[in-house]
Design a protein around this ligand. Structure first.
Ligand code: HEC
Length: 166
């Protein structure tokens, strides 16, 4: 009986504790987007978050690039998946560049001094990534995707030339 009672107390306080942390969380994130929440929940600062995204982009490009270099290794399903990941990521992962106060990281000042130019690079990158994804979804050979793939590579390069520090 005593044991049961104290178990109940324990369970209740655990419940209260988790309710409180939910409230605390909800209260502090009112003005943020879902991905900001993700970043703050894991204590990831914006510089780390955007560099992690860049590494993911780089990995996807590496997988596809290997197939472009070795056309006999073309695997339509894998290519399709990586192209879809790229297109999806190009649409949603730029808010970690918004907050300069987190530090410049490997970005040049132009990211914040020339917001319009940076936004244009993002739009171009979205367009080439979507273009590659469209073609990749039905592609059966490297020949079909290599021009669009090169366009995406040029998109990375074009932005880095101005907005990524050496
Ligand atoms: C719209 C601009 C833009 C586009 C497009 C872009 N990048 Fe970046 N990239 C940056 C900036 C700015 C940085 C520096 C980030 C920082 O450290 O603050 C960066 C950093 C990187 C880094 C270094 C990350 C690190 O750990 O320091 C890699 C790798 C990278 N990008 C790969 C790519 C690849 C691959 C693509 C294309 C598939 C791409 N990027 C497209 C702007 C861009």
């Amino acid at each position: 009986m005593n044991t049961l009672a104290s178990l109940k107390t324990l369970a209740t306080s655990a419940l209260i504790a988790s309710t409180f942390s939910l409230i605390a969380c909800g209260g502090s994130v009112d003005n943020k987007t879902a991905s900001d929440n993700e970043a703050s929940a894991g204590n990831i600062n914006p510089v780390d978050a955007r560099q992690a995204t860049m590494h993911d982009l780089n990995d996807a490009m590496g997988v596809m690039g290997n197939m472009i270099k070795n056309p006999d290794k073309f695997d339509a399903n894998t290519f399709k998946k990586e192209a879809a990941f790229l297109a999806e990521t190009s649409e949603k992962s730029w808010e970690h560049f918004d907050d300069q106060s987190a530090g410049a990281g490997g970005s040049t000042e132009a990211v914040w001094n020339d917001k319009e130019g940076f936004a244009t690079q993002i739009e171009m990158f979205k367009a080439v990534s979507a273009g590659l994804n469209d073609i990749a979804q039905n592609a059966k050979s490297v020949d079909e995707v290599k021009t669009a793939f090169a366009g995406v590579g040029a998109g990375c390069q074009s932005c880095h030339t101005i907005y990524k520090a050496e």
